[in-house]
Design a protein around this ligand. Structure first.
Ligand code: ADP
Ligand code: MG
Length: 145
């Protein structure tokens, strides 16, 4: 599925559509190069779930948590991982317990495409803003945004 995202309003609207159907255990795998819009879309999802205030990019912390939301969220940026095993070392499984995961640079953590709860979103710069190539895992059938 292809979603045109011509501007920041479209990113926020797409974030709301994802937030509306997001469940504990899901992974939203946000891939695409630097500046593709991964953090922007993550912020749209986090804001749509009712978070007020700053949403720092997890580039340096790797993981930011938003426990008070429904579902609780883990926002991760795996760019700085040198090996996928480091995702385990930072305790990713524990962070994910009872939460949904928004993952930037998912391939650096070994990828999540094998998980049925994975919504894979590849963001690309387009002539007009961005375009998203969306591949929903089996658990997303009937609720794909
Ligand atoms: P990434 O996390 O993929 O590195 P960011 O989300 O930080 O990228 O976005 C980089 C820049 O692109 C930001 O300045 C942001 O405002 C802009 N941007 C994001 N989405 C869009 C869009 N759909 N149209 C135009 N600009 C966008
Ligand atoms: Mg980012």
């Amino acid at each position: 599925m292809r979603v045109d995202l011509p501007d920041l309003d479209a990113m926020a609207a797409f974030g709301r559509r994802i937030a509306n159907v997001l469940r504990v255990g899901d992974v939203v795998a946000l891939s695409g190069g630097l500046g593709a819009g991964k953090t922007t879309l993550a912020r749209g999802i986090i804001a749509a779930l009712g978070h007020r205030g700053e949403v720092p990019s997890p580039t340096f912390t790797i993981v930011e948590t938003y426990d008070g939301l429904a579902p609780p969220l883990v926002h991760a940026d795996f760019y700085r991982l040198e090996d996928p095993s480091e995702a385990e070392e930072i305790g990713l499984d524990d962070y994910r317990d009872g939460a949904a995961l928004l993952a930037e640079w998912p391939e650096k953590a070994g990828g999540f495409g094998h998980e049925t709860g994975c919504l894979s979103i590849k963001l690309e710069v387009a002539e007009d803003g961005r375009v998203a190539i969306v591949e929903p895992g089996a658990d997303w059938v009937g609720r794909a945004p």
